[in-house]
Ligand binder design. Structure first.
Ligand code: B12
Length: 589
């Protein structure tokens, strides 16, 4: 296994000094402090973590809702109405995860012309505060604050709006803002923003959603416990802050979901931000999704009863896979959750925890090994592991795959993803392989044979952090003997066009989820035309966008417009294979 080398990771002669960045932030903290908001005043607490600790002591389960529509008015209405409807029913929503738009990650001065997703856009610090006055619910500014080029300005606005839980450190490691190439600047802003929070007189939780970071990409779940330890070293030990973790999207199996929560509790005493709903198991059937909701939420409820960790539980509305859930759908999911909590009284005693604790033990042991291996490996490569800046940037640049290959706790074996046997296998990766089997089973041996003989080469990319669609397409294409030029993740359309052109590929496969499908395809087509290389484009994922002139501010399907631009719209991978078989037939003829 080749080892790491500082000059490969940091070819730059000079990097910003961590200490200086933290000093700047401490000076800024003299001017920026936590403002008032309805939540802090109503519960008479200095911070959400104080409230969380009270809930833990009382064994009271906290609930989290995710809100954030493109328009501020609708988001304010959601902030108030969800709380009011639940209060009327005798229930409480404790915290809102405010879903900012990804364009909020750009500094305000350069935001105007940048691509937009489907989330909330706040034009000024005053707008942040207008939101948090609407109801006594803790404002958690979870995404596109810390970890982006706009880390410091967004953190200032969030603090002044009374937010004491701010993220998302997980995002820092994996998210790349389109057309933003300066990862050194992003890292410097990230260190400053964390240090600004650390310098506040009240405790600010630095939220990190593990699934937004590397957890959704590791094949071994133990590495995610290792990631918690690494982030704790960076935030708590090196910057003096307090990191707080979220998990859940991709934890689809009951034993490992419960075991992960118990393993986390063994490695950190800081209250968790939230347990995210298991969004990856949701499908199009809303009734079936109630079963999906119950299946993970019950585990989370019992986990909190057995060992309170302060996480807010997130009942994901059953429409999640189809669209951004409406206000009444969020309320319904919370009514369901509250009733489930009432019904699940004393279910804990039905559980046999021995197997779960065995898994938790392995997770902790493997996580500690991964943590130690990473720090030793980085130090051996010449990275200053006492510098928050260097640790952050090195880990981001190396990425999940390579870190797991080099430092994973599992035994080295050939023919296994990442070259290692996972101690506890992450469920999503296994399910992608099973999905690929199902897709290929649709086709006859003769059809597959035609494709295997066609000698096709494809350029594959995804437009944003959602990588599973791309991974699935790659598994299928590889098994069809199609060569792959990997243009990357969160990759700009000019880069895709260039890769396609340079490698003379036969077609391009794009997976997209963040509500940018139409604008992205338009630029890609222009770039291909400019190079005189009009390769066929297949596009799949969530094919929607918020129209510029939209009154509702909700995204609409753009499939027809994508077809008009000449792309093959694929709601299933099978659609692409059917077209490829025709292309292969023509090639053979
Ligand atoms: C998993 C997930 C995540 C994971 C991604 C992990 C990873 N590393 O990939 C994480 C947690 C990181 C994440 C983050 C976010 N997510 Co998300 N996520 C999802 C989720 C649950 C599943 C999407 C997925 O990967 N499916 C797996 C694939 C394999 O299956 P599939 O989607 O059914 O795809 C089929 C076809 O479409 C086809 N296909 C897909 N691509 C392609 C490409 C080609 C060429 C072909 C032929 C076929 C094809 O193959 C599949 C099988 O047939 C969806 C909701 C949902 N259930 O769809 C939301 C969803 C996509 N996310 C959403 C959002 C808003 C976000 C965030 C912005 C939230 C936030 N504020 O942080 C961030 C992204 C920020 C960014 N910069 O991009 C929204 C998008 C809204 C929209 N466009 O309307 C969704 C729809 C949820 C929702 N309802 O609000 N997310």
């Amino acid at each position: 296994m080749p080892s790491l080398n500082r000059t490969d990771i940091f070819p730059e002669m000079e990097l910003p000094d961590s200490q200086r960045l933290m000093d700047d932030a401490r000076r800024l903290a003299q001017e920026v402090s936590v403002g008032s908001c309805s939540f802090l005043a109503h519960y008479d607490v200095a911070s959400e973590s104080e409230y969380k600790r009270q809930c833990m002591a009382q064994n009271r389960i906290m609930l989290h809702a995710q809100v954030g529509y493109r328009s501020l008015d609708k988001s304010r209405r959601a902030y108030f109405e969800i709380y009011a409807n639940l209060e009327r029913a005798g229930y409480r929503v404790d915290r809102y995860g405010i879903c900012l738009d990804w364009s909020m990650g750009y500094p305000a001065a350069s935001r105007k012309d940048m691509p937009r997703g489907t989330g909330l856009i706040l034009d000024s610090a005053k707008d942040f505060a207008r939101l948090t006055q609407e109801a006594p619910v803790a404002p958690h500014f979870g995404d596109f604050v810390i970890g982006t080029p706009a880390s410091v300005e967004n953190t200032c606005a969030a603090l002044m709006a009374g937010s004491t839980s701010i993220g998302n450190l997980g995002q820092y490691f994996t998210f790349r803002m389109p057309y933003w190439k300066d990862d050194i600047g992003v890292t410097a802003e990230t260190v400053k923003a964390i240090a600004l929070c650390a310098a506040q007189p009240v405790e600010i939780l630095i939220h990190s959603n593990l699934d937004d970071g590397f957890a959704s990409l590791f094949t071994d779940m133990a590495c995610s416990i290792g990631a918690i330890l690494l982030e704790r070293t960076i935030v708590d030990e090196l910057i003096g802050g307090r990191v707080s973790h979220c998990y859940g999207h991709t934890f689809s199996e009951a034993h490992t979901r419960l075991a992960f929560q118990r393993a986390m509790a063994k490695v950190t005493a800081t209250p968790g931000s939230m347990v995210y709903g298991n969004t990856t198991i949701y499908g199009e059937g809303q009734v079936e999704n109630y079963a999906n909701l119950a299946s993970y939420l019950l585990v989370d409820v019992l986990a909190q009863r057995l060992m309170p960790t302060g996480h807010g539980l997130n009942p994901v509305p059953v429409s999640e896979a189809m669209r951004i859930p409406e206000i009444d759908e969020i309320v319904e999911a919370h009514l369901f959750a509250n009733r489930l909590i009432q019904r699940a009284t004393s279910y804990e005693s039905l559980l046999d925890l021995e197997k779960v604790d065995e898994i938790a033990e392995k997770l902790v042991e493997g996580g500690r090994k991964f943590y130690k291996n990473v720090l030793e490996g980085l130090a051996a490569a010449g990275i200053d592991t006492n510098s928050a800046f260097e640790l952050l940037l090195a880990i981001r640049r190396i990425g999940a795959r390579r870190l797991e290959e080099l430092f994973g706790p599992g035994e080295q074996v050939q023919n296994q993803a990442r070259g290692r046997a996972p101690l506890i296998q992450a469920t999503t990766m296994a399910s992608l392989a099973a999905q690929a089997d199902q897709i290929l089973n649709h086709f006859q041996a003769a059809e597959i044979d035609v494709l295997q003989k066609a000698g096709f080469r494809a350029c594959v990319a995804c437009t944003d952090v959602h990588e599973y669609g791309k991974m699935l397409v790659e598994i299928v294409l590889r098994r069809l003997g199609i060569g792959i030029v990997d243009a990357g993740v969160s990759v700009d359309p000019d880069v895709v066009a260039n890769q396609a052109y340079v490698h003379r590929v036969d077609f391009i496969a794009i997976s997209t989820y963040s509500g940018v499908a139409l604008d992205y395809l338009q630029v890609l087509c222009d770039e291909l035309t400019e190079r005189g290389y009009p390769a066929p484009v297949f596009i799949g994922g969530k094919l929607n966008q918020v129209p510029d002139e939209s009154l509702s501010s909700m995204p609409v399907d753009v499939s027809t417009k994508l077809q008009e631009l000449g792309a093959y719209v694929c709601h299933r991978v099978e659609t692409m294979i059917e077209v490829l078989i025709l292309m292969a037939d023509r090639k053979v003829d």
